[in-house]
Write a protein that binds this ligand. Sequence first.
Ligand code: ARG
Length: 486
Amino acid sequence: MYRSRLGKNLDEITLNYVSSMSDDSDIAFYDIIGSQAHTIMLYEKKLLTKTELKKILSALEDLKNGKISQPDFEPEDIHELIESLVIKKTGIDSGGKMHTARSRNDQVALDIRMKIRDDINILTQCLIETISELLHLAKQHHKTVVPLYTHLQQAQVGVFSHYLLSYADSLFRDLDRFISLYSRVNQSPLGAGPIGGTSLPIDRNSTAKMLGFTSLIENSIDATSTRDFVAEFVSDAAIMMTNLSKLSEDFIIWSSSEFSFIELSDNFSSPSSVMPQKKNPDILELTRGKTSQVIGYLTAILSTTKGLSSGYSRDLQQIKSAIWSTSKITITALIVIKSMLSEVTINEEKMKNVTENGFLIALDLAENLVLEKIPFRAAHGIVGNLVQYAHNSKKLLPELDISDIDTLSIKEIKSKKLFEIIQKTTISSSLKNRKSKGSSGISEQTRMLSNRIKSVLSYRKIIKKQNSEVKKSLDLLSKKVKTMIK
Ligand code: ARG
């Protein structure tokens, strides 16, 4: 339809090569309502008559309600398709005026922004639900003893809530990132034209308001050229996915027979085609795999945009599918992980046994020696020797008797005193005495948990407000359209 200067139509292979139709269904709705707002603004600015307005709006409304006739040519993209269908329905005298004072360049930027805006609203809602599930589980396990690992080697005694809260905190930061990005996405590029604006008397603020944007992306060159908000969205998504991927990795290890700290519900496990005993953590593995995919999309977007000159270039068409896939992957990952968490079985006994049968209270023991005025470096040496001795004699620290300790000829403290300190340094004393802010200590767990529960409530309010502001504007636009076409 746009090929007046070029004359000839493209052959089928070339048309398929340039077409974005297969990616455009995700923005069809936004293109229609964006066109409705634009048409109303043209009427308000006297660039359309009432009759023309009515005809265009009702043709768009039909499209919005799925009443789509076949175009009599193959369009290159959704923008061309919609405009051509409006013209087909209303005639060139009315429909031919719809594309006044805009370009596909500001149009596609508008559609992408509206799509990401909705996706952020869904994503943040899913994020808060996943966080709530982590908190729910943490509440049940604020006294569940677990071994904490560094280098995947047993490190310190902890509690399971502490672990879960660490992921809740990561996801809170992800949530923050999306919420902060929201204001940069929620800016209208409509009316920027192809790149330099228009000589016609349009009102960009009016379309922005009708479509629920809080401001304009003002500079018309910037508005049509930039995709930094896309890179930011996919980057935030990639970071969030790395958090889910890390959690998945932990759960994969912990669900192995060797660890059996947790058991996934059958609903979230997959069988083997050949080994009847298998219960594989496929959804967790897929979360890891899909994370790589999103990281790949980010790389694709950054490398597409880094070399572009200012102004729209067709390369930008290629990044759209990466956005849609990113949204789909991240939203479903959050839903699946949340449900997985709600059905996971925690094997408290196994976690406790592993903790008791190791040397995880070594640091707590050294710290108890520090309280006896022994320098930490010396205490570290003493406990290191005790652990080595116990390990070699296949004993646990509390199983050492005074004669065992005597053989180590420790200068800094009497064997009897050291024996008493070893006896009173237990898992429960350690967890009771650990008071440092943010630690595994029982009192800290209670404080941190109730603090996070409060945070959830305030984030819910922000998310609700974001959602309802868009909904309010779009409902208003829809009502306006209905009244105008009556
Ligand atoms: N199909 C294009 C895209 O997805 C729309 C913008 C086309 N603009 C242009 N000047 N060719 O990016």
